[in-house]
Structure formats: structure tokens, C-alpha cells
Design a protein around this ligand. Structure first.
Ligand SMILES: Nc1ncnc2c1ncn2[C@@H]1O[C@H](COP(=O)(O)OP(=O)(O)O)[C@@H](O)[C@H]1O
Ligand SMILES: Nc1ccn([C@H]2C[C@H](O)[C@@H](COP(=O)(O)OP(=O)(O)O)O2)c(=O)n1
Length: 228
């Protein structure tokens, strides 16, 4: 596998939790026939390993090691969703638990972990192209991305969206707790010293608070000069 496929097009989609990155990236990837990188899943998978193997999250080397040892398979489904298998187990629900989200946000500040995940993320850059979703796709991982998008929405709207999403998946949720964890996570993601959550230079910034999913997709396709 070539980790330096610099000629393969990349669309970088960054933004805070619940801004719609995953949904929009999946739609774009399906429309364009591109591969999809859900980089947050790699941080969540590492968090899950840390929790399940009782690794001390302060032990930076051990956390980075856990990331390098991840035995993970992403299985694209016919509906565009991705099944995530960790050591052969479908961990889709576990990855979205509050405990996993909080641990992912905490360990995401560890430079050794971010470094450990760099190569794995860049390996997703394969023909005919890649839509990469995360926090630092445009600022660190794919600085040469052809298009950089930064999605945002108010914390209240994002908490509401996350609440509905969890309930639909059959996961118990509490909206005020979700809002607090979104605000706390935003703060941690924005203020960390390595790869803080900021729009990349030249990024197309979209506040989707008042936009439907289709409207956001259309704005991005227009920005890229792709008409449907
Ligand atoms: N513009 C939008 N309008 C309404 N709901 C949206 C919009 N964008 C995303 N959603 C919904 O919000 C939830 C969270 O979106 P998701 O893509 O998981 O966000 P992120 O990946 O940024 O955390 C999903 O249920 C998704 O369907
Ligand atoms: N490229 C990335 C992707 C995610 N992270 C961190 C930040 C988040 O708190 C966690 C989980 O990310 P994820 O995108 O799955 O989270 P949301 O779906 O936006 O709630 O990982 C990161 O630091 N860099």
C-alpha cells in the first residue's frame, strides 16, 4: 500500500461534534464513488481499547502503542454506513457511548497518539479519491487536500441532533448531559496544543444550524464546482 498517494484527490471535512461531518462525508463519498475516512473512529477505537484493556490514559506511550496495535476492519455497507469491527467484534454502539467519547477527546490531546495514527490515516488515500472526516484533516493530515470544508452549528442544535441519533440507535441519552459534554469536548478539542480544532486556511466554512443535510451537500458541491 502506498501511504504517499499525493496525486489522489482528497476532500477534507472538519468540524466539531454533531456538526454533520460524518453524515455529509458519507453522502459525498457515495456520490463521488470515493473512499471514506472516519478519523474520529480511530480515536474512539483507541479509547475503547484503553478502557477495555485498563490502560492508564496518562501513559502516553501505552496509548500510542494501543493505536498501533488496533486490529480494525471498516466494512462499507450498501446504505453507505460503515460497520466497524475491532478484533472481529462489531463495536458500532460501544464507539458512541459517552464514556468512549470522553476518553477519545482526552487521549486525542496526546501528541504521540496523533503521530501514531498519521500513517494509518494517510493509507486511506486511494484511487479514485478520499473524503476524510475529522478535526485536523485539512490542517495536519491532508494539508494538500484539494478541497477543505469546515462544518459547524450551534452547540444546542448539535446536542439535539446527537440526542435524536442516539435514541434512533436505541442508546439511552440525556439532552442536558449531551449538551454539557459537547461544550466540554469543544473546549478541549479547540484549546489543545497539538492539532487544535480550527478551520484550515482557505476552508469553506458552513454553519449548518439552519440548513438541511441536502442543503449542506449542495453548498459543498457548488463550492467544488461539481453540479449534480
Ligand atoms: N444539516 C443537518 N440538519 C439536520 N440534521 C443533521 C444535519 N447534519 C447532520 N444531521 C444529523 O445530526 C446527527 C449528527 O451528525 P453526524 O454526521 O454524526 O455529526 P458529526 O460526524 O459531525 O459528529 C446525525 O443524526 C445527522 O443525521
Ligand atoms: N481527526 C480527529 C478526529 C477526532 N478527534 C477526536 C476529537 C473527538 O473528541 C474524538 C471523537 O471524534 P468523532 O469525530 O468521532 O466525534 P464526533 O462524531 O464529532 O462527536 O476524537 C481528533 O482529535 N482528531
Amino acid at each position: 500500500m502506498n501511504a504517499d498517494n499525493k496525486h489522489v484527490p482528497v476532500i477534507a471535512v472538519d468540524g466539531p461534534s454533531g456538526s454533520g461531518k460524518g453524515t455529509i462525508s458519507q453522502i459525498l463519498a457515495t456520490k463521488l464513488g470515493y473512499h471514506l475516512l472516519d478519523s474520529g473512529a480511530l480515536y474512539r477505537l483507541t479509547a475503547l481499547s484503553v478502557i477495555e484493556q485498563s490502560i492508564n490514559p496518562e501513559d502516553k506511550k501505552a496509548v500510542a502503542e494501543a493505536a498501533l496495535n488496533l486490529d480494525v476492519v471498516f466494512e462499507p455497507q450498501p446504505d453507505g454506513e460503515q460497520k466497524v469491527l475491532l478484533d472481529g467484534e462489531d463495536v458500532g454502539v460501544k464507539l458512541r457511548l459517552d464514556e468512549t467519547s470522553a476518553m477519545a477527546s482526552k487521549i486525542a490531546a496526546i501528541p504521540e497518539l496523533r503521530e501514531a495514527l498519521l500513517t494509518r490515516q494517510r493509507q486511506f488515500r486511494q484511487e479514485p479519491g478520499l473524503v476524510a472526516d475529522g478535526r485536523d484533516m485539512g490542517t495536519v493530515v491532508f494539508t494538500d487536500a484539494d478541497f477543505k470544508i469546515f462544518l459547524t452549528a450551534s452547540p444546542e442544535i448539535r446536542a439535539e441532533r446527537r440526542y435524536k441519533q442516539l435514541i434512533e440507535k436505541g442508546v439511552d441519552a440525556n439532552i442536558s448531559h449531551l449538551l454539557k459534554s459537547i461544550i466540554d469536548r469543544d473546549e478541549r478539542d479547540r484549546t489543545r496544543t497539538v492539532a487544535p480544532l480550527v478551520p484550515a486556511e482557505g476552508a469553506f466554512v458552513i454553519d449548518s444550524s439552519q440548513l438541511s443535510i441536502d442543503e449542506v451537500v449542495q453548498q459543498i458541491l457548488d463550492f467544488m464546482g461539481f453540479s449534480e
